[in-house]
Design a protein around this ligand. Structure first.
Ligand code: 2AM
Length: 541
């Protein structure tokens, strides 16, 4: 533990020859920037502990280079359907290829996987890398750690354990700088201290008769010191539906006044269930505590409490097995240059019925139903540096954003309007029906009139017998799409990762083949290069 102390020179002694620094490669795979920022944190901690860290974007890593590394930390997220982040895809493919070259046993690695237990293929990308590294012969120095959305503690422990494991054999700790009297810190607004943002407006963007409910939500950031850019996401701290809280209390046989322990101290049970605990998908340890077999029909904590044999275990035991209520991330739909001190979201309300009970998406219905009465919601900005309008304002922008996927493109277009960017703009939008689901129709129409939007293609899937999707519109306009790409255009996709983004990607490949006169392999290389040039960016979920 104090290994570093021994290498430190006693006061007054001549300075020792510096111990050689341990090289450390920190590989990150990130879709929304979390893994990237954790890689930076890891580098900082590692250099304080005698490593010479290099942060490597997986998009820039090849198996051959990797084979020359000695110590490797891998931090990667998973998104959509157990898929690697876009910047990790090529390395993931290469390491899992049937003919992948072996990695040396001298390559020692430790993997931190980021994920969300609400998804079936939890942390799949991290698991895949772990398996591939081991199979190719590298040496795992620590069991992989899979982090849920509440990753801070698990990540910190993984990092500490990993550096210990990799540094075994005596790493020289660099002496820490002498501490000066630190002024009392006022905690800035951010993840650890969300800003209670006034909710200025909430309105439904769909017309009466729509099957959808998408709300436009406006927050004030005045006085918060929070800044964002078009392309960033906003994290919103929701509260649980009071009716659901009431049903849970009833099953627990509690009136809500009982004091319980929460991550932020002792609170009355009702407040804790409202603001601190996740009443959604139950943790496996809650099922075990309540002696309930896992089943696909158990969607939330209330289902499990209902299914549990009675009498239930003690309240403290149940509470100890609840997950922490997490903030939800939404792509921001405004430009700060168009709305000073404001941030806007475009939030699709999640509602469905299972087992005779109406189910509600926690944050989407919190904002839609109770946003205005709550008056404020805790928010912080989640930067997404990989999703930005072109750095060169004269380059064309092609945006594919069906449904709530329109959100960041409203922000991009507002940004381009506010900065009088000369580049051409093309929007693909789709939804069920033109009459009820054309989100931001007025604003889009005004931009077509003003010339900001050079082209808009809509795909209203259910307005005719045969379904029409955005990728169909792309194919129809393939020649022009190719011409925009060949003059340096940027291509953006936002929305559903599971189907839409995949189909759009396929359409893009087909267009490059057909109109760019390329073979399938050449088209794949062209699109890889687009990604590497940051001209193909996706915000998909
Ligand atoms: P659908 O629900 O009528 O099938 C936004 O939700 C729009 O995306 C809807 O019009 C929806 O159509 C459409 N959509 C569904 N699956 C899609 C896919 N694989 N690719 C593109 N759009 C899709």
């Amino acid at each position: 533990f104090f290994a570093g102390m021994f290498s430190r020179a006693p006061a007054g002694a001549p300075a020792p020859v510096a111990a050689p620094l341990h090289p450390l490669t920190i590989l990150w795979g990130s879709q929304t920037g979390t893994a990237e920022s954790l890689a930076k944190q890891a580098a900082k901690a590692a250099s304080q502990r005698g490593f010479a860290p290099t942060i490597v974007d997986m998009a820039a890593a090849s198996p051959a280079e990797l084979a020359t590394a000695e110590n490797v930390l891998v931090i990667t997220s998973t998104y959509g359907d157990g898929e690697p982040p876009d910047n990790a895809k090529d390395l993931w493919d290469a390491l899992r290829a049937a003919d992948a070259a072996a990695l040396p046993a001298a390559l020692r690695f430790s993997i931190c996987a980021l994920g969300d237990t609400n998804y079936e293929l939890f942390c799949q990308c991290g698991k895949d890398f772990d398996e591939a590294f081991a199979k190719l012969g590298a040496t795992r120095v620590l069991d992989r750690v899979d982090c849920d959305v509440d990753y801070d503690d698990a990540f910190a422990k993984w990092l500490d354990d990993s550096l210990n494991a990799l540094g075994a054999g005596g790493v020289a700790a660099t002496p820490t700088a002498p501490s000066t009297e630190a002024p009392p810190e006022t905690l800035a607004y951010g993840k650890k201290n969300p800003f209670p943002a006034p909710i200025l407006a909430v309105h439904n963007l769909n017309a009466e008769g729509s099957a959808k409910e998408v709300n436009h939500v406006e927050f004030s950031l005045e006085g918060s010191g929070l800044n964002y850019e078009a392309g960033d996401a906003l994290a919103v701290v929701p509260t649980n539906d009071p009716e659901l809280v009431g049903s849970v209390l009833a099953l627990l046989g509690c009136d809500g006044e009982e004091a319980v322990a929460t991550p932020v101290g002792e609170l009355p049970l009702r407040s804790a269930l409202t603001a601190n605990f996740d009443l959604g998908k139950p943790a496996p340890k809650l099922l075990a505590t309540l002696k309930v077999e896992p089943a696909a029909t158990l969607l939330d904590v209330l289902d499990v409490l209902e299914a549990a044999p009675k009498p239930l275990p003690a309240l403290t035991e149940i509470i100890a097995n609840l997950k922490k209520l997490q903030p939800r991330l939404y792509s921001i739909s405004s430009s700060p240059k168009a709305h000073e001190n404001q941030v806007h979201l475009t939030v699709g309300a999640v509602r469905y019925e299972v087992g005779g009970r109406a189910r509600k998406g926690v944050c989407s219905t919190f904002l839609g139903e109770r946003g205005l009465t709550a008056g404020t919601a805790g928010v912080f900005v989640h930067a997404n540096k990989a999703f930005r309008p072109p750095a060169d304002p004269s380059l064309p922008m092609i945006m594919v954003g069906p449904g709530t996927g329109i959100a960041p493109f409203r922000a991009f277009l507002e940004e381009r309007e506010a900065t009088a960017a000369p580049g051409k703009n093309w929007l693909f939008f789709g939804d069920q029906h033109a009459a009820t689901d054309y989100l931001y129709e007025d604003q889009i129409g005004a931009w077509q009139k003003s010339g900001l939007l050079n082209r808009v293609d809509t795909a209203f899937s259910r307005d005719q017998e045969k379904k029409v999707y955005v990728q169909d519109r792309m194919r129809e306009a393939g020649a022009e799409l190719w011409s925009w790409l060949s003059v340096g255009g940027h291509f953006y996709v936002c929305g559903d990762a599971k189907r839409m983004a995949k189909d759009v990607d396929t359409a893009l490949h087909d267009i490059v083949i057909e109109h760019g006169g390329k073979t399938a392999d050449e088209a794949a290389d062209f699109i890889k290069a687009l990604k590497a040039d940051k001209r193909y960016a996706r915000d998909v979920y």
